[in-house]
Design a protein around this ligand. Sequence first.
Ligand SMILES: NC(=O)c1ccc[n+]([C@@H]2O[C@H](COP(=O)([O-])OP(=O)(O)OC[C@H]3O[C@@H](n4cnc5c(N)ncnc54)[C@H](O)[C@@H]3O)[C@@H](O)[C@H]2O)c1
Ligand SMILES: [Zn+2]
Length: 391
Amino acid sequence: MRRISVELGSRSYSVLVGSGLLGGLGATLRAEGLKQSDAFVITNADVGGLYYEKVRDELAAAGFRSVVRHDIPASEEGKNWEEFSKTCAAMLAAFPDANAVPLVLLLGGGVVGDLGGFAAAVFRRGVPFVQLPTSLLAAVDSSVGGKVAVNFGGVKNIMGAFSQPRLVVCDLDMLRTLSPREVRSGTAEIIKYGAVCSASLFEQLERGDLEKLLALDADVLTDVVAQCVQLKADVVQQDEHDKLGIRNVLNFGHTIGHAIELSAFNPSIANADERRAAAPSHGESIAIGMIAATHLSRLLGMVDESFEKRLRDLIVRAKLPTSLSDFRAKQPSPIPDHADLFDRIVRAMQMDKKFRDGKNLFVLPTDVGAWAPRENVDWALVHECVHGVLA
Ligand SMILES: NC(=O)c1ccc[n+]([C@@H]2O[C@H](COP(=O)([O-])OP(=O)(O)OC[C@H]3O[C@@H](n4cnc5c(N)ncnc54)[C@H](O)[C@@H]3O)[C@@H](O)[C@H]2O)c1
Ligand SMILES: [Zn+2]
């Protein structure tokens, strides 16, 4: 097992990464000083169906009196105010006594972690919570750092808070039930860390560990997840509340990526599976967003062609999309035309929470493992890059 410490003074906590950590979870919580006697587990039908009973039994064995389960929908569509409100209502119904402070456990991917973390952050002005990430993306990124939120009014993560977990327990065995598509999505954030935070991680992926990650090779998985958590901890420790510009690095690929994630989603597709197949996931959107941001950096003369090629090669090797074309082909007719989708993406960028004074903030790669922020980017260049990933 690897232990990474996130050093934030009184809000410090550990991230435990390893195989088999769900066994002995209750004892781990106690050993980490979590003494609560009640637990509220937020999960979804899929993940809960696989792991909830194990979690419940571990908690019971460690002396938890009551363990209450609450499910939210199993996708980004459920990361909304209504589900957040239902979650708070369920917590209040389970623990009406003001003296009852449950330990909230977030058993799932980034959606469970973000929505459930936000509910825990505001219920009774904050109750302790523990992240139990079950997706690769949540393991390397969303479970660490204390940004919790839901989407609202067509804007990603616009209602939220900074609230650090008390502990993160990342049992890598749980990743074995992920679909290949979800594993690939997680690698997008890993490529992100390598591209702008760590040349050695980027080169490690290039040398063949990317394929080992996709195959969930236990040693590579442990090593890479721990590296990413350490990279995130380093950033969060310097700029916990995103005030100094340092934390922006984690947003590489996200300015255009978030807009793509929101705009390509088509609520008029009635079948949920078809709806999800026709829109890029968070990780897939970030892959496309990294392609667009890197091209922007090139147009601005901030990075050379070889970086652009190396990044694209990794994204292709991860079987992640480099444009929206495959998703558009899965849309029912009439397929949204290029101009319409383009307008929606640009509008979504202008509603991004980092859009200020008529300008978006772009995190642009300058070399492998290095980046620079840019605010005053000519819209014509941004448009060119967005057009480039629509084709
Ligand atoms: N807070 C942050 O700092 C931060 C950082 C990055 C991303 N995010 C957010 O994270 C979200 C994306 O997270 P995600 O990619 O984990 O999506 P997700 O939570 O929707 O999970 C993806 C899918 O995988 C399923 N799943 C998860 N774990 C599983 C398992 N072990 N076995 C089988 N199925 C499993 C889920 O049920 C879901 O259908 C986005 O909303 C994004 O905005 C937040
Ligand atoms: Zn992300």
